[in-house]
Design a protein around this ligand. Structure first.
Ligand code: URA
Length: 265
């Protein structure tokens, strides 16, 4: 990342703290916490942490699991639901087979008036148990990245997922499952009215851009979802397995900040 841009955004010290920028020229004084101590630095020599990879369901297996093809028709009345009604509807949702093995639906968390919305893929085991998105290791990295960008979950950030129920075995949600859940996320977006959306990982990127393209090709430019600026970046769980790409994710966050600050037409 160009340190000049970071300096302009006054984020250089925090970026270094979280291992997201090039290290300072001078060594840290003894006893001072280093970037490595807080989070592993994004260097080619970084060791990757063992985070289980989500696997896409074979089409036949996904079809076998689904009791009936999930409908993408929106649930009755969703367009007029307030937060309480929406929360209750998601809690009781049985629109796809994911409801069968969930402990609970994971609705979303944070500032209900945005202005930042981060969208992940779907709950994992920790989220299924606790009912909050991004509370496991990937969530800790997301929180670090938010802090580095001077954002915080709950203050100006809302965090939601493409699917509200945990895909068994942490597999990637099937397209029909994402479609069945789409109306819930769309209503969350209506109610929040975010100024910017950040898609975390390919599932969210494909769902929100509508493009079946690689994540790499969707990064680095502003898309729009229902007229709202949308920026695509890596999923934190991917970054835990591919530490050198943290620097690219940091570039994406800075791009999102610049997009957020850009005047709207
Ligand atoms: N991964 C996601 O995409 N969402 C979560 O809530 C947790 C992990």
């Amino acid at each position: 990342m160009d340190d000049r841009i970071l300096r302009e955004l006054e984020l250089l010290p925090v970026a270094r703290l979280y291992g997201l920028s090039s290290p300072p020229a001078r060594p840290q004084a003894p006893g001072v916490a280093t970037a490595e101590a807080v989070a592993p630095a994004a260097s080619a020599t970084s060791r990757s942490v063992e985070i289980p990879r989500r696997v896409a369901p074979p089409a036949a297996e996904a079809a076998r699991r689904a009791p009936a093809p999930p409908t993408a028709a929106p649930p009755d009345g969703v367009d007029t639901m307030d937060w309480d009604a929406l929360r209750a509807a998601v809690r009781d949702c049985r629109r796809c087979a994911l409801c069968e093995q969930r402990k609970q639906a994971v609705f979303g968390v944070g500032s209900e008036s945005g202005p930042w919305l981060f969208v992940g893929e779907g709950p994992g085991a920790d989220e299924d148990a606790l009912g909050e998105p991004f509370v496991g290791q990937a969530g800790k990295l997301l929180d670090s990245m938010l802090a580095a960008a001077k954002l915080a979950r709950g203050r100006e950030v809302y965090i939601a997922n493409v699917v509200k129920c945990r895909p068994p075995g942490n597999r990637v949600p099937a397209p029909e499952e994402a479609a069945a859940c789409a109306a819930w996320l769309d209503r969350q977006i209506d109610l929040i009215g975010p100024r910017i959306i950040v898609a975390l990982g390919k599932t969210a990127a494909v769902r929100l851009t509508g493009a079946e393209s690689s994540l790499a090709s969707l990064r680095g430019r502003a898309h729009a979802y229902r007229g709202i600026p949308l920026v695509v970046t890596y999923h934190p769980a991917y970054l835990l397995r591919n530490l050198p790409d943290k620097a690219k994710a940091w570039e994406d966050l800075l791009f999102a900040r610049r997009t957020f600050g850009a005047p709207t037409a």
